[in-house]
Design a binder for this molecule. Structure first.
Ligand code: HEC
Length: 197
């Protein structure tokens, strides 16, 4: 009799907690929040815009025929907000007359932008100080000449601009990654590094 009474009151807390935990776990697995065995996309209950129809850099694409998300620029075309570059790659002699002087003033803002772009795109090879022992060089890449040497100091602004735009020998061009204004800010920044040497 006494036994039966206690038995009736006995709510199986442990089993309920275990059941809830198990359920939660199953939900997490199904929604892909807890996965350790599958590369497949999870079943999405609330997608929260996790998956979008867009191309990510360096990732394959099923949209383009060549299966690359990064598409190279079509030859002889100019982007909508871009300008046609006036010089061919080896045309260094005409750089001064065709490209002309730096249209920007070396304000604090311009120099800060130049530094930001230089340290992001040039420093891997040329190093933050411009002397040419960047991280890539430490890994075995041919070290570029110091931008603080007489030779680089002697190059005109237009010549520097042209090198940045189209590259020189094994240095790739940055015309597709830096718009014209950004290239000029980098020229100003190189000059400011040279002034401090
Ligand atoms: C992948 C490495 C690499 C990157 C990144 C790079 N450069 Fe270069 N750069 C070189 C190499 C190597 C040379 C020497 C090329 C040669 O032999 O003519 C060079 C040469 C130059 C020269 C000519 C120096 C001289 O005295 O002749 C300038 C100016 C220059 N780079 C500026 C830049 C700027 C500005 C950036 C960033 C927008 C940049 N470089 C990014 C590797 C690089």
């Amino acid at each position: 009799m006494e036994n039966e009474k206690t038995h009736k009151k006995n709510i199986p807390f442990f089993k309920i907690i275990l059941g809830v935990a198990l359920l939660g776990f199953i939900v997490l697995v199904i929604t892909g929040k807890k996965t350790w065995y599958s590369e497949d996309a999870p079943i999405e209950i609330l997608s929260d815009m996790d998956n979008q129809f867009k191309a990510k850099p360096q990732v394959g694409s099923t949209f383009f025929a060549n299966r690359a998300a990064d598409q190279t620029v079509i030859p002889n075309t100019v982007p909508r907000d871009g300008v046609a570059y006036p010089l061919e790659k080896p045309d260094f002699e005409r750089a001064d007359s065709v490209i002309g002087a730096n249209p920007l003033q070396p304000t604090d803002f311009v120099l800060a932008r130049g530094q930001n772009r230089f340290e992001a795109l040039c420093a891997p090879c040329h190093n933050n100080d411009g002397k040419g022992n960047g991280t890539v060089v430490e890994k075995g890449f041919q070290n570029p000449p110091s931008l603080l040497d007489e030779h680089a100091v002697g190059l005109s602004d237009a010549h520097l601009f042209h090198i940045i735009s189209v590259g020189q020998n094994i240095m790739p061009g940055y015309g597709d990654k830096l718009n014209m204004n950004d290239r000029w800010t980098v020229v100003h920044y190189i000059r400011s590094l040279q002034a401090k040497r």
